[in-house]
Design a protein around this ligand. Sequence first.
Ligand SMILES: Nc1ncnc2c1ncn2[C@@H]1O[C@H](COP(=O)(O)OP(=O)(O)OP(=O)(O)O)[C@@H](O)[C@H]1O
Ligand SMILES: [Mg+2]
Length: 164
Amino acid sequence: MTVRAATTSAEATRDLGAAVAGLARPGDVIVLAGDLGAGKTAFVQGFGRALGVTERIPSPHFTPVHVYEGRLPIPHLDVYRLDQMSEALDLGLAEMLDEGGVVLIEWGDAILPVLTQDLREVRLGFGDEDAERSLELGPVGTRWTARRTALSAALEPWPHGGTA
Ligand SMILES: Nc1ncnc2c1ncn2[C@@H]1O[C@H](COP(=O)(O)OP(=O)(O)OP(=O)(O)O)[C@@H](O)[C@H]1O
Ligand SMILES: [Mg+2]
């Protein structure tokens, strides 16, 4: 089930990321999709904050992976610059998951075929106003099935304006 939400500030997108982090489990993979400046990193910043990361979290454009140490390890990947799927495989995703991390992958929709089949995709889009963003959180696989009601409830503070 896809859960929709909308935010009207970067801080709201961070708060939404924090709310999703409250449901995260070791071994989860969250793919962040959406154009440059859509708010993928803002989501990760809130997500990390909720899990106790105090380090600043920038867009990792020039370092393909940086592991934040919160209550769980949080490997943060940006695969925007990886032009070959083989490079994505070299990032060691399986090991990161074995170590109990929650892996967040900006632009991960580009490498879905080499990722685990069980993940959550967060797709961010631009709204009509400058600071508006729409978010669609869709499941791939069954890993989030038991959490779908909790996820809808967690995102209630950021209702999507439309009827969808
Ligand atoms: N509702 C909103 N949610 C998130 N960011 C917002 C929102 N409104 C405005 N912004 C601004 O949009 C920008 C989002 O930047 P961010 O680095 O999170 O995007 P990104 O998707 O990670 O981009 P990139 O593809 O370059 O990594 C920030 O400058 C932020 O202040
Ligand atoms: Mg980013």
